[in-house]
Ligand binder design. Structure first.
Ligand code: TMP
Length: 212
């Protein structure tokens, strides 16, 4: 089906079930005959995937500013090479994390909501990142529950190695963002079965884009 290009991001702390939730949404889009691409950050383009490897590698030793700039370099390339062309073709873009992750992880997790750092991030977004997602699905699950779920997976990457306090700050970041952007960010209760979470997401997407 030929549709207007759409841009949807998924956000949340570790272990909230983003991958399964995105699988579910993609299946529904396919069944509805909607053309879509599925992508992720950091990464999503060939160059940005190389930066992802560096960013997630526990052996990478960089300071917070370098990390922030690498994330934006990856995002710029991903946007230009993958996201914008897909939207222009009329595809839906389903992106696992986007700018809100930078505000939550770098702005709140790393910098504890420091206003100077948040202003730097806002300015990078303003200067380099267009378009922003029209709809952001924030999968909300208590941090501890997510960490237990994430802990069941393979070896921890550079971010997953952070302590509980870090993820509590990241969670506060997402929750602040959701309050600041109620028109764009929809909170999705990520507790319960994956079928329940998928149904909540599909309902929200249908409501947001008049698919009902
Ligand atoms: P993932 O595990 O959801 O694929 O995400 C990779 C990690 O990168 C995750 O721990 C969150 C982190 N991250 C940031 O710190 N800042 C960002 O801007 C993005 C996109 C991800």
């Amino acid at each position: 089906m030929k549709t207007v290009g759409r841009f949807i991001s998924f956000e949340g702390t570790e272990g909230v079930g983003k991958t399964t939730a995105i699988d579910g949404l993609c299946q529904r889009l396919q069944a509805a005959g909607i053309d879509y691409i599925r992508t992720r950050e950091p990464g999503g383009s060939a160059f940005a995937e190389r930066l992802r490897e560096i960013l997630l590698d526990p052996a990478t030793d960089i300071n917070d500013d370098t990390e922030l700039l690498l994330l934006f370099a990856a995002r710029c390339d991903h946007l230009q090479q993958v996201i914008v062309p897909a939207i222009q073709r009329g595809s839906w873009v389903i992106c696992d994390r986007f700018t809100d992750s930078t505000i939550a992880y770098q702005g709140y997790g790393r910098a504890d909501g420091d206003s100077e750092i948040l202003a730097k991030i806002d300015s990078l977004i303003e200067q380099f990142i267009t378009p922003l997602p029209e709809l952001t699905l924030w999968l909300d699950l208590p941090v501890l529950e997510g960490m237990i779920r994430a802990g069941k997976r393979s070896a921890a990457d550079r971010f997953e190695q952070q302590a509980m306090d870090f993820f509590t700050r990241v969670y506060a970041g997402f929750s602040t963002l959701a309050a600041q952007h109620p028109e764009r960010i929809q909170r999705i209760d990520a507790s319960g079965s994956s079928a329940e979470v998928e149904a909540r997401i599909w309902q929200t997407v249908q409501n947001s884009f008049d698919l009902l």
